[in-house]
Design a protein around this ligand. Structure first.
Ligand SMILES: Cc1cc2nc3c(=O)[nH]c(=O)nc-3n(C[C@H](O)[C@H](O)[C@H](O)COP(=O)(O)OP(=O)(O)OC[C@H]3O[C@@H](n4cnc5c(N)ncnc54)[C@H](O)[C@@H]3O)c2cc1C
Length: 403
């Protein structure tokens, strides 16, 4: 059995950030990754300015092979059923368009931690002064002994299930799928990530350029027909935006997403010597931007381990204190009052809104309202919709819902 200071589960961005803090502090750190590295990760790869700053400051400039084409993104364009479109530039200029297969591997390598890929986390036992980690490497059982474990294993986290077996039943689950199309004619600017606030299309509908093709993606509920949903979006893009695409290739992909915990304040930070971070903990910004909060929360989890040892304090207590700023930042993104009067996002929504004539402004606000109400058709929708509407009264987030 291998004994180390910390085992991190998952070799993604949250893990790289956590590992960087631990290795810098001199702690022996092993990262377990179920896939072979570099591994594929479904993601649009639009890094927010804050995420970009984090990578630059902690890992240095991004090599070309960590980027898709176009290599950068100027901002986000919101499209509404009333056919108003609102391009919003990111603050401080363009951001990189990450190729997650290579960017994540690059960050992991630069963290300096030891990585055991093709090694799947299977379970753990917290013994109080150490944690036993059970894993499988190419089918064979392997065990680790660590002072702390950090779960950075993404939305369907097994670490979360190991600590809170009922947690997956307590939160909303959505599915997303995307298809890749050769382009005949696409008037949508390749400089922007495009998002539709359209109840008729679904709760999460997006499109953007990548490596000479156009991605068309859609969110859907369990039991929905992804192909039919996608086809409806493709038809809509053609009719309303003049987007003409060839039939999709056979490399379509999708996954389940724990979308919504940051909206309904059901973050999960772990128990005892086990910390949970990144999207596994529920960090996901509005319109599913999750890399910047994965990086920041991941770094905080690593710092919490270091700090707990220095101060000889329980690691959970330290982590929950330190991560509060990231919780507020993430949850504030959903606060309608903050959106209208402050700048919780990294693209300037109020400025873009003010550039519209007052009629279009009214249409946008009406369309956004109708979009929030759409959530009511989901099992968890009422909770999500009411959280969105009550958030200004609650002041952003409520501590008691943290696990
Ligand atoms: C379609 C789509 C588009 C997106 N677009 C964007 C975007 O443009 N910008 C943005 O910021 N965010 C985007 N996101 C969200 C973003 O991808 C995630 O929020 C972010 O990757 C979360 O990072 P993480 O480090 O927490 O976990 P993840 O990136 O999910 O990584 C978890 C890692 O853990 C590994 N793992 C899982 N289980 C185990 C196990 N049992 N044992 C060992 N390893 C395990 C996985 O293989 C993976 O490597 C998108 C997501 C989707 C689905």
């Amino acid at each position: 059995m291998r004994s180390v200071d910390v085992v991190i589960v998952g070799a993604s961005l949250a893990a790289a950030a956590a590992a960087k803090r631990l290795v810098d502090a001199g702690l022996e750190t092993v990262i377990l990754e179920r896939k072979e590295l570099p591994r594929h990760k479904i993601c649009s790869g639009i890094l927010s300015p804050r995420g970009h700053r984090f990578l630059l400051e902690n890992f240095g400039p991004l090599p070309r092979e960590t980027l898709h084409d176009p290599t950068w993104c100027r901002g986000v364009t919101f499209h509404f059923p009333s056919m108003v479109s609102m391009p919003m530039d990111f603050f401080h200029g363009t951001t990189p368009h990450l190729h997650r297969k290579y960017s994540d591997h690059w960050a992991i390598k630069r963290s300096g931690a030891e990585v055991h890929d093709r090694t799947s986390f299977a379970g753990l036992e917290d013994k109080g002064d150490h944690v036993l980690v059970h894993a499988r490497r190419q089918g064979e059982p392997v065990e680790y002994r660590a002072r702390q474990v950090i779960g950075a294993d993404g939305p369907s986290s097994l670490v979360v299930r190991a600590v809170y077996p009922d947690y997956p039943k307590q939160i909303p689950w959505f599915f997303v799928g995307q298809k890749f199309h050769e382009i005949i004619d696409c008037p949508l600017s390749p400089d922007y990530f495009h998002f539709w606030f359209h109840p008729g299309l679904g709760h999460y509908t997006w499109s953007h350029a990548r490596d000479g093709r156009q991605i068309v993606g859609v969110g859907f509920k369990r039991g929905d027909n992804f192909a039919a949903k996608h086809q409806a979006v493709q038809r809509y893009l053609e009719e309303k935006h003049g987007v003409r695409l060839k039939p999709a290739g056979d490399d379509d992909e999708g996954c389940a997403e724990n979308f919504g915990p940051s909206l309904i304040n059901r973050y999960v930070f772990g128990k005892g010597n086990v910390l949970v971070t990144g999207q596994a903990a529920g960090f996901l910004n509005m319109i599913a931007e999750g890399m910047s909060c994965a990086l920041h929360s991941g770094a905080i989890s690593g710092e919490a381990v270091v700090e707990a040892r220095l101060r000889n304090r329980p690691v959970q207590e330290i982590y929950r204190q330190m991560v509060a700023s990231e919780v507020r930042r993430c949850s504030d993104q959903w606060n309608p009052l903050k959106i209208a009067f402050d700048k919780p996002h990294e693209a300037d929504f109020p400025a873009a809104l003010m550039q519209l004539g007052w009629r279009d402004r009214a249409k946008v606000l009406r369309d956004m309202w109708r979009f929030v109400v759409l959530y009511k058709e989901f099992k968890w929708g009422r909770q999500i919709a009411s959280a969105a509407l009550q958030r200004p009264l609650l002041g952003g987030y409520s501590m008691q819902r943290w696990l």
